[in-house]
Design a protein around this ligand. Structure first.
Ligand code: HGY
Ligand code: MN
Ligand code: MN
Length: 416
């Protein structure tokens, strides 16, 4: 292949702003999966994929896939992508930028009439963010055959099942076995994503070379005391579930702070809680919470949850607080492939771009795609490391650099 073509930075930025504008009227930068607004974004993407010379389809798992044939017969595809759904009041870059960088790479090659040896696939994975069904990474699970019948029966508050949700976005819950891909089904997977942390911005480095994606485990913990009148019940007779929950959350945070290290981080969060009866003049009798913990090292994560956190819960029954704890979900850690890591680092170097290797604390579709082939990720800085918030921002120049590094890396990976 001749000299490496240059991506169109203006087109990338215009696409990013055009897709961002497709958002819920009364909620900043929100395009939740399985909603009419999500389908509007999908329709826009389908048009853009076609304009880039891609064969476009929605697979049974609800993934939008644009494909471009390669020059050498039956090689496995080089896959690039991310997700176009957002968290509520999310941002304009998380996921979306990755889909549009992948599209920009394919469009640049198409316009330069450069045919890669491998087929190319540009993918918008369905519902990477935790959906209203309670499941994340729906499309990437489907692509690797990890969407189970139990998951398809999960319902969202309005009663729709995930199977019905798949059909709503153009997928086919009856045909999932047809789209599930096996081991080595792809030659490589590459995703561009904002860092969603502060390391790159602090180091003033434009390119993050991701070494692995952290494991994530989520547990639903329920504490049951006794609801009582807040005015008439003396302090020593109370079994206040919210006081217990507060003590527990503070102790979990302290324990995580004690064992996390820069090279082997561990984070723990209670970001969702349901207090009953949730009345100002009633002693809370019941608290449900979701504890999420993440670490690149799975055994460190398991020890933290199954020993440390379990130990923190042991004291509550003696205080009259009943405890239940159930595992909600587990996403194993996924290492990035050495050849892809080296290729990203090399092409950045060739362009005189500083880069740094780093783990990803955030979860991504690559965790599942790593089951069907080698994965890699390219991070770019985002302002103050903020994400999952309307203030999420990345500089146009950093977005363009990430797309160009992706294009150069794809050309590199296409050689083998
Ligand atoms: O939660 C995550 O890490 C990702 O943003 N879904
Ligand atoms: Mn996200
Ligand atoms: Mn994301």
């Amino acid at each position: 292949m001749t000299a490496k073509p240059s991506i169109n930075a203006d087109r990338l930025w215009q696409n990013l702003m055009a897709l961002a504008a497709i958002t819920e009227e009364h909620q900043a930068w929100t395009r939740r999966s399985f909603t009419p607004k999500f389908l509007e974004g999908r329709a826009w993407l389908q048009g853009a994929f076609a304009k880039a010379g891609l064969e476009v389809e929605i697979d049974a798992g609800g993934n939008l896939i644009g494909r471009r044939e390669g020059s050498s017969g039956n090689l496995a595809p080089l896959m690039m992508g991310s997700h176009s759904d957002t968290v509520p009041s999310g941002g304009r870059f998380d996921g979306v930028l990755g889909v549009l960088c992948a599209l920009e790479v394919a469009q640049t090659l198409h316009e330069a009439s450069l045919i890669t040896r491998h087929p190319l696939e540009v993918v918008d994975f369905l519902a990477e963010e935790p959906s209203e069904f309670g499941l994340s990474c729906v499309g990437s699970r489907a692509l690797v055959g990890a969407l189970t019948p139990e998951m398809l029966e999960m319902t969202r508050p309005d009663g729709m099942t995930l199977a019905e949700g798949l059909a709503y976005v153009g997928g086919d819950p009856e045909a999932l076995s047809r789209v599930a891909r096996g081991k080595d089904a792809i030659a490589a997977y590459l995703e561009v994503h904002i860092e969603q942390a502060r390391a790159l911005e602090a180091a003033k480095v434009p390119v993050g070379v991701v070494t692995g994606i952290a494991a994530i485990r989520r547990q639903r913990i329920c504490l049951v005391g006794q609801t009582d009148h807040a005015g008439a019940t003396p302090m020593d007779l109370r079994r206040d579930a919210l006081v217990a929950a507060g003590e527990f959350i503070a102790a979990v945070s302290e324990a995580a702070n004690k064992i996390t290290t820069p090279e082997n981080p561990l984070v723990a969060t209670v970001g969702w809680m349901d207090v009953r009866p949730n009345a100002a003049n009633a002693v809370p009798g019941e608290v449900q919470m979701i504890l999420e913990a993440r670490a690149p090292l799975a055994d460190k994560l398991d020890r933290f949850l199954d020993v440390t956190v379990a130990g923190l819960l042991e004291k509550f029954p003696a205080e009259g607080i009943k405890v239940t704890c159930e595992n909600l979900s587990t996403a194993a850690a996924a290492p990035c492939d050495k050849r892809i890591v080296d290729a990203v680092e090399t092409v950045a170097q060739d362009r005189g771009l500083p880069s740094m290797r780093m783990p990803s604390g955030a979860g991504h579709d690559g965790v599942f795609i790593s089951q069907i082939g080698p994965i890699g990720m390219i991070f770019l800085p985002c302002r103050d490391g903020r994400s999952h918030t309307p203030e999420e921002w990345a500089e146009p120049e950093d977005c363009a650099i990430a797309a160009q590094v992706m294009l150069d890396a794809i050309i590199e990976l296409d050689k083998v």
